[in-house]
Design a protein around this ligand. Structure first.
Ligand code: NDP
Ligand code: GDR
Length: 356
């Protein structure tokens, strides 16, 4: 059977890296989009890189940007993919309040540009399309848990841009018969999660504090609740969505929710530190219960103009139709992330020792 060809937009991100690994393991030819950057931005996928001069090159990167339609059309034409995974986005909710127009352009219009490329190139029947939709669409949803029928109520420029992307994907499916599906994914994390998302910020801080490299960490809203899973499980779900005969939209979630505070407690718990909380609101602090050391304080800068209080997904449809279920629970996820960050800090310390 001929090898399938996939194009991953956002190949240098957390999910792009896990998905590229998964598709290569399945025998795909994988193409990825990467942005021009003044510094290296391929750290997550360097282990997959192949010299173009090798005989059997199965992973190829193309320079591009979601804001550039001509470039997207040219890449799709060159690659002639069987499947496109649109993971490219300005994906930070708080940053979207600072850069709302850019976020709308990349996350909203960027999706339209890819769908139009399929139409312009006459690939509407031959190429399947996955859109990285998000639980942020539910925002302040009236119901918990949230599933595919829960009405959307976005609470950020990011979520509003992703709302457009969600509906334009549905529209192109209905209008032009494209096999286009939305994965409505709840938060998923990993040791290669971006360092400014709260989970990784916490696990990096735990590792640095443990090694005496920083005294404490500042956080924002500790009471927000999120349904956190492992990215490795979620990219498997993306792939399964595109293997269905009919394109449809699916929620991927664990069905369990935890506060940011619980994540902090679990992460410090992994290095045998118990957190004792004191004060309230902006004055709240977390201390090492044994030594009294202050480890956590609140910085109002990390609060968002509008917050999403609770996300909890119901992945029943994905379980029944895709046979998908998460394999990593909350405490294993936290443990894997802290352990990886501890290892990274130690490696860095050893390197500094050698060259210092
Ligand atoms: P990341 O932020 O780790 O990765 C985003 C990717 O998009 C990176 O490769 C980034 O490139 C690329 N990108 C950003 N802007 C542009 C642009 N203008 N042109 C081309 N590429 C661009 O996100 P994740 O991997 O965590 O998430 C993948 C997708 O899934 C995103 O769309 C996100 O919004 C969505 N999502 C994520 C969830 C999660 O919990 N992780 C949950 C639900 C949805 P660079 O590396 O150069 O920055
Ligand atoms: P989120 O992830 O907004 O859910 O979006 P993030 O980790 O940024 O925030 C989760 C919750 O933690 C609270 N929080 C903090 N957040 C950050 N970043 N930094 C802090 O210091 C901090 N303190 C508390 C936040 O207020 C929030 O409630 C992620 C992204 O991957 C999106 O792209 C994706 O669509 C959604 O998950 C599902």
């Amino acid at each position: 059977m001929a090898r399938k060809t996939a194009l991953i937009l956002g190949a240098t991100g957390q999910d792009g890296a896990y998905l590229a690994e998964l598709l290569l393991a399945k025998g795909y030819l994988v193409h990825g989009l990467k942005r021009r950057s003044s510094s290296f931005n391929t750290g997550r996928i360097d282990h997959l890189y192949q010299d173009r001069h090798e005989d059997d090159v199965r992973f190829t990167l193309h320079h591009g940007d979601m804001t550039d339609a001509t470039n997207l059309i040219r890449i799709v034409q060159e690659v002639q993919p069987d499947e496109i995974y649109n993971l490219a986005a300005q994906s930070h909710v708080q940053v979207s309040f600072e850069t709302p127009e850019y976020t709308a352009n990349v996350d909203g219009l960027g999706t339209l540009r890819v769908l139009e490329a399929l139409r312009i190139l006459g690939l509407t029947k031959s190429c399947r399309f996955y859109q990285a939709s998000t639980s942020e669409l539910f925002g302040q949803a009236a119901t918990v848990p949230q599933d595919e029928r829960t009405p959307f109520a976005p609470r950020s420029p990011y979520a509003a841009a992703k709302l457009y992307a969600y509906w334009i994907t549905v529209n192109y499916r209905e209008a032009y018969g494209i096999h286009a599906s939305n994965g409505i994914l709840f938060n998923h994390e990993s040791p290669i999660r971006g360092e400014t998302f709260v989970t990784r910020k916490i696990t990096r801080a735990v590792a640095a504090i443990e090694q005496g490299l920083q005294p404490m960490v500042y956080l924002g809203n500790l009471d927000a609740k999120r349904d956190w899973g492992h990215a490795r499980d979620y990219v498997e779900g993306m792939w399964r969505i595109l293997q269905q005969d009919e394109p449809e939209d699916y929620v991927l979630a664990t069905g369990e929710t935890h506060t940011v505070r619980e994540f902090v407690e679990a992460a410090f718990g992994y290095v045998d530190r118990e957190i004792a909380w004191s004060g309230s609101g902006m004055e709240e602090q977390g201390h090492d219960a044994r030594t009294g050391e202050r480890l956590i304080a609140i910085d109002p800068r990390y609060f968002r103009p509008t917050e999403v209080d609770i996300l909890l997904g119901d992945p029943t449809k994905a379980r029944l139709k895709l046979g998908w279920k998460p394999t990593t629970n909350f405490s294993s996820l936290v443990g894997e992330m802290v352990s990886s960050d501890l290892e990274a800090v130690l490696t860095e310390a050893r390197r500094n020792d050698r060259y210092g």
